[in-house]
Design a protein. Structure first.
Length: 304
């Protein structure tokens, strides 16, 4: 499934009105740009009419601006009319894709409604900085338990951490200097953030934590109503599958398979000793603890 989706990224790109209008960011951009143009033209007509009402050049320019206003108004009306009353064959495909500017707002909306949140990532930097606080607030606001299933990279496996660090260093998606220590620190920081969130939730937040040795360039996360599949590059598009779509069950199975192949970790406290005991890696946790605590104060590395 993941390899098939990767192949789709290099397919011929075709532009369609439903495809463009399926993005809230692009709808806003089209509306604001068109409105700005219409207002500017109307203002130009008003100024020319009052400053040079009888000049031939001004009458010509006024006529030109009026034609621009008429054409732009018709074009804007036609775009919205076709979007709401016509069906494009590419609409179904476009509905599953999210442009980079829409990814964060979609994740935010998903976290605000989810009661069972699933996430399969490598280090979880964006998750712990942005999504986890929303899930905690959602549980408190609704006074309803929220469960989290989190699959992270196994920080105890230096070979896996080295391979991932090498990949991120070559990909250069951000300005961080990737190393084994940095990967291990970030994973531990996410584990610590999860443990802290559970202890502060008053029993409303529960976490099932899994550590995996499986590497992937894809992230899978979402709730019971939709799943969002993103790539390592934050500037790339994402796929969103709602429950009624076929892709939802496919990626849900993918998540379950990864989880079944991973090692489940029971978190029984938020101290270095408790987490070190849970991970069976007390020396490693003690070495990384101070850096992991500091990493929790950092914001998301991705500018969504």
């Amino acid at each position: 499934m993941l390899s098939n989706w990767a192949a789709e990224g290099v397919m011929e790109q075709e532009m369609s009105i439903p495809g463009m209008m399926s993005s809230r960011h692009q709808r806003r951009l089209l509306f604001l740009g068109s409105t700005t143009l219409l207002v500017a033209c109307c203002l130009g007509v008003f100024l020319l009419y009052h400053l040079a009402p009888d000049a031939r050049w001004s009458n010509t320019l006024i006529g030109f601006l009026l034609s621009v206003i008429s054409s732009a108004t018709f074009a804007l009306f036609a775009v919205f009319y076709m979007y709401y009353f016509f069906t494009d064959p590419l609409e179904i495909d476009a509905a599953t894709k999210l442009v980079a500017q829409d990814i964060w707002s979609t994740l935010e909306a998903t976290a605000e409604e989810a009661t069972n949140y699933k996430i399969y990532v490598r280090t979880g930097r964006h998750f712990r900085a942005e999504v986890l606080p929303i899930l905690a607030r959602t549980a408190q606001r609704k006074r309803h338990p929220v469960s989290i299933e989190a699959v992270l990279l196994d920080l105890r496996d230096t070979n896996v951490c080295q391979r991932y660090a090498a990949y991120r260093s070559s990909a250069s998606f951000d300005r961080k200097v990737w190393s084994i220590d940095y990967v291990q620190r970030e994973v531990l920081a996410t584990i610590l953030a999860l443990s802290n969130a559970v202890s502060r939730s008053g029993g409303l937040l529960s976490v099932d934590l899994y550590l995996t040795k499986r590497l992937s360039t894809f992230r899978i996360e979402g709730g019971e109503d939709q799943l969002i599949v993103t790539r390592e590059d934050p500037k790339d598009i994402a796929l969103r599958y709602r429950r009624e779509q076929d892709g939802f069950s496919a990626f849900l199975h993918e998540f379950d398979w990864v989880k079944q192949e991973s090692l489940k970790i029971s978190l029984s406290g938020e101290s270095a000793q408790a987490i070190g005991h849970a991970l069976s890696a007390q020396p490693l946790v003690s070495c990384l603890w101070a850096a992991a605590e500091g990493a929790q104060e950092e914001g998301s590395p991705y500018a969504r």
